[in-house]
Design a protein around this ligand. Sequence first.
Ligand SMILES: *Cc1c(COP(=O)(O)O)cnc(C)c1O
Length: 506
Amino acid sequence: MIPNNQALPYESTRGQSPLVSSASAIKMGIAPDGGLFVPKDKVQLRPGQLDEMLNQDYRQIAQSILELFLTDFSRPELENCVFNTYNALKFDTPDIAPTIKLNDHTYFLELWHGPTCAFKDMALQLLPHLLTTSLKKTGEKAEIVILVATSGDTGKAALEGFRDVPGTKIIVFYPDQGVSEIQKRQMVTQEGNNVAVMAVLGNFDDAQNGVKNIFGDHAFNEALLARQIKLSSANSINWGRLVPQIIYYVSTYLDLLRQQAITPGEAINVVVPTGNFGNILAAFYARQMGLPIQRLICAANANKVLTDFIRTGVYDRNRAFEKTISPSMDILISSNLERLLYELTEHDAGRIRTWMNQLKDTGRYQVDDRLRQSIQDLFWSDFAPDTETMTTIKETYQQYGYVLDPHTAVGKKVYDKYVAATGDRTLTVIASTASPFKFSASVIEAILGPEAIKGQDEYALLELLSTTCQIEIPEGLKNLKQKPIRHTARTERTEMKKAVKKLLQV
Ligand SMILES: *Cc1c(COP(=O)(O)O)cnc(C)c1O
């Protein structure tokens, strides 16, 4: 579908797919040539727009930002999406994403006040509304079935986002042995009339490969289409998951202005604990819009592919995969980096294709010196191994009484390294990506020592963290043990398609 001339079209980073409207980009998820959709033209804040937004709440800011990117959506359509997402039913604070002061130059942007207590909610609560609106706008008749393979956080956030959303079903596969007890319980107690949750007898790769095979099975997809069913995905390559993340960088800047921590126009630094490069890419787009951000600090754990890339210009996934205490950052292929390369090469799809083919064939590519330099002008990166992450949780709690989850602690540690290396004292916002309660065992071990967690189950650890640190257990994790288990299905990893068939009665 070719958008009208007012609408901002979206193009593929691989340059071999037609332009589409934002609604089509969201519906399609990934471009037909294997690339990722990005806006064809740079999106910028209007002069004076930040000032105008100073007295807007999170929903109004969301509306203002989305209007700039999703130009083919009408104002009432966006209003409807935003008001059904960022509200008191879904988020446990009216600020939605509050900016919390640690000290004069360090702030945390808390992104975990949604129903599943991790930052994925910020986008996965909005995506279903954007998607269903996109289906209507593009005249889609088929029912959309979302397939997800999860290593923990994404599955639950997607289930909560899509539960009871008309015109959609969602099926989540999790590895039987690969998720924490809390994560598993969050999923198997999931409510909603359009949801299915299934354990795969295997590891995360088995679940992920199973889902990929189903997506790639043309005959099966044709058979589904004949019954008016289309499969789709909720992972972070979808523009509909990226664009909601731009909103909170604008909102945190406005928070800092309101708190008089900065003056209008003053630049800040942003630190993001990074895995798939989605969250930090949203900060890059916010900067490109004209938001005064000086430096983007990419914090990695022991899987430091991105740190190496930002320092050397060589992306090399040929290395051992490390299991860490910040599992949502245990990633060796950061899909959204492709969008950054595309933007920084002024949309040079030819070079992107070359690098992505090299990545696929050899697991490695190297960018030219000029591009490496322009990446380093904007980005800085370092990593924190688990031992440093644990120490950071303990020291931050002792010094400030503020409790960090392991992902956020990676961010804090890398920020400390940045200050030590550069002496830069620019006011800095660290993205806080999960509630500490989601990773109670590591947090308690960091604060009280390894003895404290011995023999305790994860539910007891929630209570212990609450009483030790005097913080309240979030609603989404409370009473988890008492909630009825609704999903007990299991499948062999080779039988996943059969399971989908049965669930969809085809
Ligand atoms: C997903 C996730 C991340 C990584 O975010 P990306 O957008 O994939 O870089 C970091 N922390 C937590 C808690 C997450 O769930």
